[in-house]
Each structure stands twice: as C-alpha cells, then as structure tokens.
Design a protein around this ligand. Structure first.
Ligand SMILES: Cc1cc2nc3c(=O)[nH]c(=O)nc-3n(C[C@H](O)[C@H](O)[C@H](O)COP(=O)(O)O)c2cc1C
Length: 171
C-alpha cells in the first residue's frame, strides 16, 4: 500500500472537494493519503516522497489558484531532483476557456516531468461545462491510477511520451 501526498489548488472549492473524495477513496482502498494546500516542496520533503497526486483547477487566464502558487514557485526556485517520485494529475477546468483549458494542471504536469518525476497513467482533465460532478470522473480515473501504483515500471506512462489525456468532451 502506498503513502500518497495530494497537493490541492482550488479557488472556489471544486478541486478541494474532489481531492477530499479521492483521499477518502484511497483510504478505503488501504492507502495512506494526506492533503496539502499552500505548502512549498521543501516543507513537504518532496524528493523523499514516493507518490504525489496533484489536484488543481485553473483560474484567471490559465493561472494557478492562489493556494497552489507557493508549491509551484518552490519547484521553480529549488528545482529538486524528483527522479524517485511517481505522480498523477487531476486538472479541473472549463473548455469555454479554450487555449487555457486546464492549463494550470498541464503546466504542473510539465514542471514535474522536467524535474524527472514519472507520471503514472494519463492526466485527467475534467471539463466543468460537461461534468457538473467532477468527483465522479475523478473516482473512475482513480481506479485505473491506483492499479498502476503496484504495476511494474514498464506499465507506467513514462514522462508523457504520449500526451494522451482522458477528456469527457471532445474539442
Ligand atoms: C474567473 C475564472 C477564471 C477561470 N479561468 C479558467 C481557465 O483559464 N481555464 C480553465 O480551464 N478553466 C478556467 N476556469 C474554470 C475553473 O477552473 C472551473 O470552474 C473549476 O471547476 C474551478 O475549480 P475550483 O473551485 O477548485 O477553483 C475559470 C473560472 C473562473 C471563475
């Protein structure tokens, strides 16, 4: 069973609710799961962690929610070696924002990849214009994501070689 850190970025609470649902589901499956908001990567001892799950919305014009900005800034400033870290991304957004759809989640995914972390599976992108209940999508995605936690390394989606994302609504 894994110990999973869930870093949350949320302005109006949707991503936070999703993260709480995911945490509870992970706990029911026997994993350890902790939520974090507003902390930097040093406080979180990120390089020593095994598994990270980012759950963030996008605001403004493709901006981070305020409460995940310290985390992103600390990644940029300290550039930790995350080669031992495996991670997943749940991105909430709204496709009416077109070019900036889920951009915060996408940029964080890219930042983690550049620091040598390995993404497990595909990034989940949830479109608020199609899915009023984002936790439903998240819990469905979580089943396959948790299966990868115990899978051999060859089954992992190594560093976004294929930018396959699971989306509810086509462009
Ligand atoms: C002012 C504002 C700006 C937004 N900008 C974007 C955006 O640039 N890209 C996007 O995909 N979604 C955008 N959204 C949609 C939110 O990401 C979406 O509603 C999400 O579910 C909010 O989650 P939260 O409550 O956790 O912050 C925006 C929403 C608001 C209210």
């Amino acid at each position: 069973m894994a110990e999973i850190l869930i870093v949350v970025g949320s302005e109006s609470g949707n991503a936070h609710l999703v993260a709480e649902c995911v945490r509870d589901a992970l706990a029911r499956a026997g994993h350890g799961a902790t939520l974090s908001t507003g902390q930097g990567c040093a406080d979180l001892r990120l390089p020593d962690r095994g598994v990270l799950l980012v759950c963030t919305s996008t605001h403004g014009h493709g901006d981070w929610p305020d409460n995940i900005a310290p985390f992103v800034r600390s990644l940029d400033e300290t550039r930790p070696d995350l080669s031992r870290l495996r991670y997943g991304v749940i991105a909430l957004g709204d496709r009416t924002y077109r070019d900036t759809f889920c951009l915060a989640g996408r940029r964080l995914d890219e930042a983690l990849r550049r620091l040598s972390a390995t993404r497990l599976g595909e990034r989940l992108e949830i479109d608020a214009c199609q899915q009023p209940l984002p936790d439903e999508d998240a819990l469905a995605w979580l089943e396959s994501w948790t299966a990868l936690l115990n899978a051999p390394a060859a089954h992992h989606n190594e560093n976004n070689q294929h930018e396959e994302t699971r989306r509810r609504c086509p462009s």
